[in-house]
Design a protein around this ligand. Structure first.
Ligand code: PXL
Length: 270
């Protein structure tokens, strides 16, 4: 293999700039070859009032058979929105059968935000995700997902002790390096990294906007930078700045995600 070939496992939402439609351009932009395992095809993401859902669980074993015949392997894995518990066992199978030596597994649990689960998810999904996170080297939950995973109270106002305690508990529950996204401190926003030894905050200005798909953009940029040799903090810095720039470049607050294209294009021109 020439460079790093990553397998990203997420849904394909036809409209709404999230999951694979943002992961692919961002991974490519930051210099990583991206292979995909689509978990489902949706008309649009589930924040719209209606959506269709074609579950691809049945197709995945057929895909795997062919990957085996072709000797395909991956140098890293990035998991996002999986959609169904049935996909999780198949992800474990992929780690067992298609990993190059030492390929890191990075998982964004991608099941909720702003204190709520996304449409179609329940606590069985959360419990199954917690089990899958044991296979992760790095996890990228937001605070909502962290609280659901641990059964902790979700707070919008909190102190350092609250969020550091959550990071410690996530580490104990999964064994992974914990990167909690969207952590607010001193009027800034960013990530809390906990590797079992020390806490590190990567914070920057808070853009007072919310948009769908920003977690997926963060995860893709973080992963690309990390597997190309950046430290956890450097990878968070790049990914956090990208999300902030995308939010700034996007007019209003809507369901169509952020306008990341202009931001990536302006980076290429520099
Ligand atoms: O951005 C997370 C995401 C990904 N995929 C689908 C979603 C969402 C958030 O709602 O609905 C299908």
């Amino acid at each position: 293999m020439n460079g790093k070939r990553i397998l990203t496992v997420q849904d394909l939402s036809c409209v709404g700039q999230c999951s694979l439609t943002v992961a692919l351009p961002v991974l490519s932009h930051y210099g990583v070859e991206a292979a995909i395992l689509p978990t489902a095809v949706l008309s649009n993401h589930t924040m719209f009032k209606s959506w269709s859902y074609l579950d691809l669980t049945g197709e995945i074993p057929v895909i795997y058979d062919n990957w085996k015949k072709n000797g395909i392997k991956f140098s890293a894995f990035l998991l996002g929105y999986l959609g169904k518990v049935s996909i999780m066992d198949l992800c474990e199978q992929a780690f067992d059968e298609f990993s190059e030596e030492g390929a890191p597994v990075i998982i964004d649990p991608a099941f909720g935000d702003n204190g709520k689960l996304y449409g179609g998810f329940d606590m069985d999904y959360v419990a199954a995700m917690l089990k899958l996170l044991h296979r992760a080297d790095i996890i990228l939950p937001n605070l909502t997902e962290s609280c659901f995973l641990l059964g902790e109270e979700y707070k919008t106002q909190y102190d350092r002790e609250y969020v550091e305690d959550i990071a410690k508990k996530l580490r104990a529950a999964t064994g992974a390096v914990v990167v909690i996204t969207g952590v607010e401190r001193d009027g800034l926003i960013g990530e809390l990294i906990y590797d079992g030894k020390q806490f590190e905050y990567v914070l920057s200005e808070k853009v007072p906007k919310f948009s769908h798909g920003t977690g997926d953009i963060f995860a893709a940029a973080f992963t690309a930078r990390y597997i190309n040799g950046a430290t956890l903090a450097e990878a968070c810095g790049t990914a956090g700045k990208l999300v902030a720039d995308c939010l700034k470049a996007t007019a209003g607050w809507h369901d169509y995600g952020v306008q990341f294209e202009d931001v990536l294009y302006s980076q290429i021109q520099k």
